[in-house]
Write a protein that binds this ligand. Structure first.
Ligand SMILES: Nc1ncnc2c1ncn2[C@@H]1O[C@H](COP(=O)(O)OP(=O)(O)OP(=O)(O)O)[C@@H](O)[C@H]1O
Ligand SMILES: [Mg+2]
Length: 361
């Protein structure tokens, strides 16, 4: 299909104003944008912007308030002072999937055919209506190829691309949030990759969903999204205390000078966290069981929902692995005078968007 005039103008805009790739994470709680300079091992965070969305602007992967999303993208860009228009955005939800697979040795075409044929078996939302891409991670012990497949439904890609174009940006690269988390983890431990050869559990706890990633040998071997996150705590505070979404968010995140929450709030939070962790546990049982060949031996958490008081302790107790915070700024430089977030909060909220901004093609 020929590109519409509008698309051609947008493409041209991108060429006139090339700049770098900007990461864009349209989360259900907030929109984040970021631009990095440098290259793997030497990145620096140059710009970051965030726009907080109102209640239920996005439900699952469905945008409920499109004009708020467009305005939010524009506002996050304005706050960040980013000039480039070229965006890498991340998709998530039931219309996306990943699959790690072994592909027998063969010509380039044979390998490609095999990947596409196998990928089609796994795409529950229709391979014909999806965009499928793959990346060869390396060669297996048996001589075949180790491939990572990612797919997203065209309708979902188009819906998000339209919003991005409405914000006068060029949607240049499409990624999946689970892969962005995996990439940012890899960047943060690039000098000690050998220490993580046994497999790592990565959790991105957002507002509406939690992304579970088992990382091993250069990429995820398992990814899953479950519909639990910090938003459930907010909802319960709203329900029990009879307050608005904004008030409940404040109550949940405002601690006293000693870092404590009022008892009433803490009780709600603990109850919701216990449910959330039980749900996560169900999905990782296989990977934490004694004797499992894909057993994980380390765990890193990220996402705003992981900042909830006691989350690290609870997930450590449930998994039997001492969980740590994923810190993108372990390797990526940033000037803390330029950004008004503590490094811990910042790392949790920004890891997906940083992973997206790392993509170059
Ligand atoms: N200090 C804190 N304590 C508890 N919860 C927090 C804290 N800071 C942020 N949160 C919660 O984190 C969630 C937002 O996290 P994040 O920005 O990772 O979500 P998102 O990416 O917008 O959502 P999703 O990934 O589900 O689409 C919200 O539920 C918010 O209330
Ligand atoms: Mg998120």
């Amino acid at each position: 299909m020929a590109a519409s005039l509008k698309d051609q103008i947008q493409e041209l805009l991108g060429k006139i104003n090339p700049g770098g790739i900007v990461g864009l994470d349209i989360g259900s709680h907030s929109i984040k944008v970021c631009e990095l300079s440098g290259s793997p091992g030497k990145y620096k965070l140059e710009h970051f912007g965030l726009f907080q969305l109102s209640e239920a602007a996005i439900i699952e992967d469905e945008v409920q308030k499109p004009s708020e999303i467009v305005d939010g993208i524009l506002e996050a860009f304005a706050r960040s002072k980013i000039k480039s228009k070229m965006v890498c955005f991340g998709l998530f939800g039931p219309n996306t999937t990943t699959k790690r697979m072994n592909v027998p040795e063969g010509s380039k075409e044979e390998v490609e055919d095999h990947i596409m044929w196998e990928a089609e078996q796994y795409i529950t939302f229709g391979a014909d209506e999806s965009q499928i891409s793959f990346h060869i991670l390396g060669t297996n012990e048996g001589g075949g190829k180790d491939a990572m497949i990612a797919a997203a439904r065209l309708e979902t890609i188009e819906a998000y691309s339209e919003l991005i174009k409405e914000a006068k940006l060029v949607p240049k690269i499409i990624d999946l949030n689970v892969l962005a988390v995996s990439n940012v983890f890899e960047e943060s431990i690039r000098d000690q990759l050998d220490d993580f050869s046994e497999g790592t559990l990565l959790l991105d706890v957002g507002a509406q969903n939690t992304k579970i990633i088992i990382y091993k040998n250069g990429g995820p071997i398992f990814t899953k999204e479950i519909p639990v996150g910090g938003g459930l705590i907010t909802e319960e505070i709203q329900r029990q205390m009879g307050v608005s979404y904004e008030e409940a968010e404040d109550l949940k995140t405002t601690v006293d000078d000693n870092g404590n929450l009022p008892e009433e709030i803490l009780n709600i939070l603990n109850m919701q966290l216990d449910n959330q962790i039980a749900e996560i546990r169900k999905n990782i049982n296989f990977y934490i069981a004694q004797g499992s060949t894909d057993r994980v031996s380390s765990c890193f958490v990220t996402g705003g929902g992981s900042l909830a008081l006691g989350f690290l302790e609870k997930i450590s107790a449930a998994s039997g692995i001492e969980a740590e915070r994923l810190n993108p700024f372990r390797r990526i430089k940033f000037d803390d005078r330029k950004f008004d977030h503590s490094i811990e909060d910042f790392g949790a909220i920004a890891s997906v968007v940083i992973g997206l901004a790392m993509r170059k093609d």
